[in-house]
Structure formats: C-alpha cells, structure tokens
Write a protein that binds this ligand. Structure first.
Ligand code: GRF
Length: 221
C-alpha cells in the first residue's frame, strides 16, 4: 500500500526505457498526475529495469518462456500488474514493449492499454519504421500513441508527433528526432488517461467529453 493518492500506472518495457524515463521524470516534476506503481519487462537484460529501480520503482522481469503458453503468461502478467497497483491501474503503458498482447492483459485492461509506436499510424505498422519511411521518400514522419487492440499497431489513435524528414536524414538521425517527440506525447496521453480525460468508448476516442475524429497533432519545434 502507498499513501500516494495519485492514480497508479504500470509500464511494460523490453529495452532501453527512454520513454519510461520520460514518464518517470514527468511524474517526478508533477507534470504527469500519476504514480508509476511498477515496471515489468519480458527481458531480464532490459536497461529500463535498472532505470526504474534507480528511481525507486519496483521492477520485475516476467519471462514469457517460463510459462506453458501465451495464455498462462498473460494471466500471470495481468495478476502481477494488479497486485503491484493494488487493483486495476488507471493505465498500462507499453513503452517499447516488444511482445504482442492478445490474451488476458488485453481483456482485463481494455481501454486502459496504451502503446507508443514510432510512425504516423496507420502508416508503417511493425518494425523498421524509420528506414521504411525514408525508403518511401516520405516528407514527414513521426510517432503515435494509440489504444491497444487485438490488431497490431492498429488501435484507435490519440496523439501524434510529426517531424519533417530532412534530405540528409538517416534512419538513425530520424529515429533520434522522433524519439524526442515520443518523450513529449507519451506522458501527455498517459496523463489524460490517468485523470479520466481520455476514454475509449465503443471503439471511439473521447477527450474531454468530445469524440476525436483525428489524433491530436504535436509538431516538431
Ligand atoms: C520507441 O521508439 C517506441 O516507439 C518503440 O520502441 C522504442 C522504445 O524505446 N515502440 P525506449 O525503450 O523507450 O527507449
């Protein structure tokens, strides 16, 4: 139990955890009106686990391979998420979590599950988004926060960060600019969800009581 009255959120990661760090910093500064109750990784070597522990947040490695099948893994993960948050958290945030969730986690936390994806969805679902955008000669690129549904990277979109592609961009330089924007839009969307301003109702995204016909757009500056 905690005496911190802010809504609890839980973050799932697989890697470096710079988006996790953005959430940690934003919660620490008070900009994000939520507390990170726990971090879970499917990889024991994810640097983000150490980042979380250094910030005093409980961080666990739940290894998918140690369960009989995906259902067993997702049930255990869902139980662990609820145990860490003393009940269902206000948001479960996939911040560079590289597994597809289709079972109990999705069912139990539907409407509370957010993912950040490094492209302007619906363009470039899946991997290698920066290289693919460059190869296609895109003039603009970016990142999207969306609700997680059964279909990979296809859930209702909430907010996007957009950058102009520069003539000398490589996948690395473009990725770096997009990532900085991810660190802005993820805490924003998580804060909206945690405070009840953002909802998923009948497959529609509602923000402050109004249906979002298109994602909120944040431009690079
Ligand atoms: C980000 O680009 C995110 O959009 C994608 O995975 C990457 C995670 O980076 N889903 P980090 O671990 O937050 O640094």
């Amino acid at each position: 139990m905690t005496d911190d009255a802010r809504p609890a959120i839980v973050v799932l990661i697989s890697g470096t955890g710079t988006n996790l760090k953005a959430l940690i910093d934003s919660a620490a500064s008070g900009e994000l009106p939520a507390r990170i109750a726990a971090v879970f990784s499917d990889r024991g070597d994810a640097p983000g686990l150490r980042r979380a522990r250094e910030a005093g947040i409980e961080a666990h490695h739940v290894e998918p391979q140690s369960f009989a099948d995906r259902d067993a893994y997702e049930s255990a993960l869902a139980d662990a998420i609820e145990a860490a948050a003393d009940g269902p958290p206000a948001a479960v945030v996939l911040a560079g979590f590289m597994r597809i969730l289709r079972g109990e986690v999705l069912r139990r936390f539907a409407g509370r599950l957010l993912n950040i994806h490094p492209s302007l969805l619906p363009k470039y679902r899946g991997l290698d988004t920066h290289a693919r955008a460059l190869a296609a000669g895109e003039e603009g690129h970016g990142a999207t926060v969306h609700f997680v549904t059964e279909e990979l990277d296809a859930g209702p979109r909430i907010i996007q960060f957009r950058v102009a592609v520069r003539p000398d961009d490589t996948a690395q330089t473009l990725a770096a600019r997009v990532l900085r924007g991810e660190h802005r839009i993820l805490p924003q969307a998580v804060g909206w969800l945690a405070t009840g301003r953002l909802r998923l109702e009948g497959g529609e995204v509602m923000l402050d009581g109004r249906r979002l016909d298109a994602p909120v757009v944040v431009e690079d500056r």
